[in-house]
Design a protein around this ligand. Sequence first.
Ligand SMILES: Nc1nc2c(ncn2[C@@H]2O[C@H](COP(=O)(O)OP(=O)(O)OP(=O)(O)O)[C@@H](O)[C@H]2O)c(=O)[nH]1
Ligand SMILES: [Mg+2]
Ligand SMILES: [Zn+2]
Length: 483
Amino acid sequence: MITIKESTYDDIRNIQSLWADEDVMKYIWPGGLQETEDSVREWLDRHNNAGPVQKHYSIFEDGKYCGETQYGIDEATRSAALDIKLFKSAWGRGIATRALEYSIAEALKNGAETVWVDPRPDNTRAIALYSRLGFVQKEMPDHVIAMGEDPKIFTYMELGKEKTGRICEVQKNSYTIKFMGREIPAKLKKSFYEEEADKLPVVGDYVTFELNLLGDSMIKSVCERKSLLQRPDQAKTGVMQYMVANVDYVFIVTSLNDDYSYNRIARYASVAIQGGAIPVAILTKSDLCSNVGRYIREVESISDKIRVHAISAIYGIGLDELQDYFIPGTTICLMGSSGAGKSTLINSIAGEEIMKTSEIREDDSKGRHTTTYRQLIELKNGVYIIDTPGMREIGMAETQEGIDEVFSDIMELERCCRFSNCRHDTEPGCAIKAAIENGELSEERYILYKSLGAENTRNYALKKEISKWSKARKKFNNKNDLY
Ligand SMILES: Nc1nc2c(ncn2[C@@H]2O[C@H](COP(=O)(O)OP(=O)(O)OP(=O)(O)O)[C@@H](O)[C@H]2O)c(=O)[nH]1
Ligand SMILES: [Mg+2]
Ligand SMILES: [Zn+2]
């Protein structure tokens, strides 16, 4: 167990031996510093009498002294100088990270706005450690030079209060931010509560936040999104639910049993394209299916915008085809029905059991909602994966552009009709009817395109109606407030 406490006279001998150690002092005072007990005592007195702007801590592992960490805040600039020294025997076990986090948290709590260090450029261990903690190299500011530090000899690194991280989990009003390989609990800044729902952070969002290592950090803003996937909420009120952001590929996971649905794949693909992501149909459980090729061809026939792969996560079949998507920094979101095998696929990609999975029910081939919330995971290969709970359905609302893109060839045919307002019914010179008759366009597919569009329009109209009501009610309430 690691303990960190404010240094007292009991630590004087330990401090003396630490400062005299050659390895510890290699970059600071080659050969080590021989200080007397009195001079260390005097030094400690000065430190401890300074109050919270300056603190010196002793670090212990299972009661054994390992070293020191300290900070000193310059009150004019609100910047804190930070330092750590550890015996070589205490290196490599995360003790430095823990101790520095503690010192940094205390410095920030006691009024520092930034924290700085200035290791020597050849002290690569220290530089790597500080980088992992979020420090960035900068030009040495004047007030630090005025303290006697030399920018030609030292590498100045600074940790601001404000950081950028990525939302990996959202639970009611609690958020978890992935930051420098760690998971930081966070809450929203108050002003978010006046924002529209689409301005709130969702899983996959990059956010700026004020780091607090001892409690909830505070989310200050959502960075511009590359993509945002949304769907109408389940209550069919036309209100949109914002699911995930900054996704490159949506893996539409469908198992090759009763779950398979041509219609549903078209829906997910429309949602993915609408949101700015690339749809990839993943047909799972190919080991249970004897005519995989037929399904692949059928998915291919929906749209040339949908890529398709058939796999068996359990037998490792087809997984190599997916390698092309696993580029470091890429974000892949898995969506589909419960029991389709999303979490199982993640586990086989990761090569370890990171997600819980469970058997589907025998009677209806449906899952039991094993995954219950959206979660972003960073794999060892640098790929981000978002696992989502199974969805019963995915409605169409505000998705017209996505639908049009999935069925772009039909849109083009429509433009070839003789009349620009052709209803593709009894009009002469109708390109759609001609294409259906000569087999160029499947009628089933045309009907699907029309029905998704109609559903989208219906939900859009509903949403407008609802927002009209809510605006009217707001106005009414405001008016009543006056009296
Ligand atoms: N035969 C076979 N079974 C599979 C395959 N992939 C997954 N399964 C099984 O399907 C069941 C459901 O898998 P999960 O990965 O939990 O499904 P999920 O999509 O994550 O489900 P939710 O979390 O409820 O949304 C498990 O019993 C898996 O073992 C596969 O490739 N072949
Ligand atoms: Mg799951
Ligand atoms: Zn027509």
